[in-house]
Ligand binder design. Sequence first.
Ligand code: ADP
Length: 456
Amino acid sequence: MGDVVGALPKYQNELGHFAKVVMPMYRTKFLFENEWELVHEGAQQMGNHYFNYAVIKEKTNKLGFDLYLVDINGLLDREKIYGYDDDTERFLAFEIAVCDWLSKWQHKPDVIHCHDHHTALIPFMLKYCYAFNHLATIPTVFTIHNAQYQGWIDWNNSYLLPAFDSWKWGLLDWNKNINPLACAVKCASKVTTVSHSYLDELRQAANGVENLMQYERGKSMGILNGIDSDVWNPQKDNLIIKNYDDHLVKEGKKKNKKELCGQFGLDIDKPLIVFIGRLVGEKAADILPDAIRNSIYQHHGGANFLVLGSGDAVVENKLDELSHQLHGYVNTYIGYDESLSHLMYAGADFLLMPSRVEPCGLNQMYALRYGTVPMVRSTGGLKDTVKDFGDWQGYGIRFNHASVNDITYSVGRAIDLYNNKRDLYNWMRSYMMNIDHSWDAAAGEYIQLYESLQSG
Ligand code: ADP
């Protein structure tokens, strides 16, 4: 979500529109490294308490859009974004403060675009909370980045909401809880997901709201995220050893691979398969150690593996153990390292993404841009962006299950492609590097959606 909110408005502004972003003022590095000005101060009630809030704005427009942060002492002034016992109060206070600040603007925004459950009560508040009634006609768009988390609130805490038209309580409710995500799906003018396939999948399985997703299909659509093609550009990337374009992909990747293999003690002549990402169940990281071990045994060490990630401690330990046991075949870097990730996209031959859930996924799009063949499970955004090389003009490897067997089989296909189908492999690399996944297209689709709401 951070990637989208950080990039989409920049591209929308470049298209001649005026997109502003408002988010909570967490105590992050970005806050301390930039200059801010105070633009608004207010106070609001939440339940039996009043809270003060302040809105600050980044001074230099360095991101290409106006960024506003809402400061609420005692609630948002923390390092982590979520995962606290009082998350309900934290995000409710943020939503209330945003609606209150908006209600003080001289101009009304044309559209308000909310992202995920943390902002999902805003469409309801604007329409049915008495204090914000005069904003009720502003169209709203709600984007689902991840439907697993819905922000459930016990009905006993409904007193925390600003006074609302009680006839509308049913819009807040889903399965006897206040369900912000479900509420936004009901109340927003339009609902989007970050890929077409993810929307299809949510109608089958959406952590309890699948029937609602089916019911509201008429106002829902998928818009695939883009990537920042200035940052992720092998021709200009200064975090890699050798820059290259689609004509120089072979030599360019070889130099980057040499550096990578040198750093991690791997064999430059073998296909290098990498995994980059959070080591969590959603990414199927739990089966990664067994899948790598099995692949190395079954394919007689025909491929090397490198994993960059952090997350579940059990998986981290298993991967570390594996890199000691199968030294020279597999290595790991446990932690977060953006520079290394760039070198891996540039130097690897294949990128493995066996994700169980992938609403859009960025890694596979970065891999395509760097001429690294994606090996993905057919789900969500992975399905929408990767075509198997067995199909007409395919340029990737797809499999159906997040299982050791499917991964092992796919590794076999990767080894065969690398060793025995060199012409096809070279064609695939240049072809995929020219696929356009830049934000321009996605930004245009969102603008079209907003405009449809103006006339409607
Ligand atoms: P998600 O947002 O679900 O984690 P995405 O594929 O949408 O997955 O985005 C993940 C982003 O985070 C990519 O840009 C990827 O390169 C980056 N990333 C994930 N883990 C690491 C890591 N350990 N080091 C560097 N970059 C990472």
